[in-house]
Design a protein. Structure first.
Length: 236
């Protein structure tokens, strides 16, 4: 066989001695290699890999998360993984960014000037617990690895803490309350994170009791004496 180039395209010719028996359009032949994906299909594949990586990470931790395990969990080949992510670090960074984005999606709608400070804090804590439920077992690994510089948990902790601290500070000061100290904010966020972790770790945990404890902590560290009295009335 040989390719015959014509003014109308390339033809693949099957030839016996000096006689052409038949011809076929080269473009009609099946192509080797990976099939072409649309942008939508590529986005779906990326989401599929992110979900698989999050599941592997929740089970194995950062040190046990590998390309092979992610690909197997997603039901794809390793070469297919590399069409979306360069390495494990890249997909782990995407997981941290995805978790932070989900947290903001839950929290931001709770900040409304139409509601008082206590109502906004109450709604924010409910949103935080909703996020913890959505992340599931991944929250346990994020909590345990938050000080591991190689883990995406470190990135998530730094970025989410900075963002949430800024939101809380803005919420408190715009309501006319004095700004809490950096130490009070840091203690509050650490306490809220630990409460969410304990809530996720204990399958029998009472969400309402956890919510109330987090609310008391938030008001005690950032509110005024009047806020504490209002909180007591709210909880009665």
């Amino acid at each position: 066989m040989h390719v015959l180039r014509t003014g109308h395209g390339d033809l693949l010719c099957r030839q016996r001695k000096d006689k052409v028996i038949d011809t076929m359009d080269v473009n009609s032949l099946p192509r080797r290699g990976r099939p072409y994906r649309t942008a939508e299909q590529q986005d779906q594949l990326r989401r599929q890999l992110l979900d698989a990586a999050a599941a592997v990470y929740a089970e194995q931790g950062f040190r046990g998360t590998t390309v092979a395990r992610i690909a197997a969990a997603a039901g794809v080949s390793k070469p297919t993984f590399y069409t979306c992510f360069a390495n494990v670090e890249a997909v782990m960074g995407a997981i941290a960014e995805d978790a932070r984005g989900r947290l903001m999606n839950h929290l931001l709608p709770t900040f409304s000037a139409e509601n008082g400070l206590l109502e906004q804090i109450d709604a924010s804590i409910a949103a935080y617990l909703d996020w913890a439920d959505e992340i599931g077992q991944g929250l346990r690994v994020f909590h345990l690895e938050q000080h591991d510089p190689g883990s995406p948990a470190g990135r998530l902790r730094v970025e989410s803490t900075a963002r949430v601290s800024g939101l809380l500070l803005q919420l408190i000061t715009t309501s006319g309350r004095p700004a809490p100290s950096p130490e009070a904010l840091a203690l509050l966020l650490a306490g809220l994170q630990s409460a969410c972790y304990e809530y996720q770790e204990n399958p029998d945990a009472d969400r309402r009791a956890t919510h109330t404890a987090m609310l008391r902590l938030a008001v005690a560290l950032t509110g005024t004496s009047d806020d504490l009295r209002d909180l007591a009335a709210l909880l009665d």
